[in-house]
Design a protein around this ligand. Sequence first.
Ligand SMILES: [Zn+2]
Length: 229
Amino acid sequence: MDDDLLSRLRRFHTDSFPAYQATFRTLVREGQHPNTLFIGCSDSRVLPHLLTGAGPGELFLVRNVGGFVPPFDGSTGYHGTAAAIEFATLNLAVQRIVVCGHSHCGAIRALYDEPNDEAHHLKAWLNLGKDAMLSVADPSPEALRRTEQRAVVLQLERLMDYPMVRRRVEQKRLTLHGWHYVIEDGQVDVFDVQRGQFIASSESAHSGTGPYPDPPADTGLPTIAPGAP
Ligand SMILES: [Zn+2]
């Protein structure tokens, strides 16, 4: 049987790797110093390196169902996403955190569907998007898009509950960026914290919430208002 995956690995080694060899060897010698933590949905159509033009060593990636950020609640468990946020912030000292949602997100759609009881962990995980839901039983494409965008803002708010994130944001050493990638248009809409809405990157003056405005001491990003964005 033709092993397509093996063929791809061999092609990488012979065709693609030589162009990057020097870069990878430098990254091995000097270690990685990515300046961006990218938290995105696992969806196969979301390609962080393609969207940002990033090369090796530039993005520290966290992918999960929905691109969700778990709460910083002091609980114990195998919290992979939370651990990655802590590592990226404390050890790698990233200067930007991007939370990237996208159009036609299955995780957001699943919020409105009956859960599959066999998917024990998935069912619990989707709770991280619940607060972004709109009060409709059968959401229209527009309602789903708004839910996707509200979910991004919700994750940004949760990020601000991580003490090491909040501290660095307030010290202006770290900026947070909420993105919504419209797959069919190749357009990333970026969340403008001051206007409280998503703006097409083609029309936005910046890549998201950063630079973070001087926040009131106890609030962080604005709470999602009903109907917004
Ligand atoms: Zn998704």
